[in-house]
Design a protein around this ligand. Sequence first.
Ligand code: ADP
Ligand code: NI
Length: 189
Amino acid sequence: MTIMDEGIDYIKTLFRDNYGGHDADHSMRVYRNAIRIAGEEPGADLEIVSLAALLHDADDHKLFQTRNNANARTFLRNHFIAPEKVEKIITAINAVSFSQNRGRRPDTLEGKIVQDADRLDAIGAVGIARAFAFGGEHGRSLESSIGHFHEKLLLLKDEMNTESARRMAEERHAYMLGFLEEYAKEKEE
Ligand code: ADP
Ligand code: NI
């Protein structure tokens, strides 16, 4: 098995009790998005991008009580990733949520790509499904999830770090606008 196959197995085990918006499938989609973006961004280290994308939620505070990225670090160490590379992967992982919280952009190209890949998964048809899954899980009304589109999801297209992700976001953005229009129309019928 390659390290990526092992990583996929590891993620499936870690997220075995999660359903809806934050499960192993989310990590897999972010991983694939990240590879696609990296293919269009010269200079990105593909190994850092793939491992950071796959492991980006492995120590998410909402789901795991680990400290200092223990889940991601354990996996990387067990698979003989060199210490300097581990640090670069962890930096990219931490930049994904760090900048969301404090309005800062990731410093490294790899961090920018993984953040864009995570944001792509919050918009489009998948983004719509995840928003309502989140709402349901947190006891919120449909209207409250509709609010989330206006507060956050419709802004993501213009907040992408890379030009390639912004382009990939266009179609997903347009799909959300169409959905919101149809939703508003049906409500009035
Ligand atoms: P991640 O950690 O993968 O970036 P989040 O934990 O921030 O994602 O959110 C998980 C999913 O739930 C995302 O698709 C996001 O759009 C959605 N979500 C977050 N907050 C809300 C909310 N208040 N209402 C509806 N959906 C939400
Ligand atoms: Ni994520």
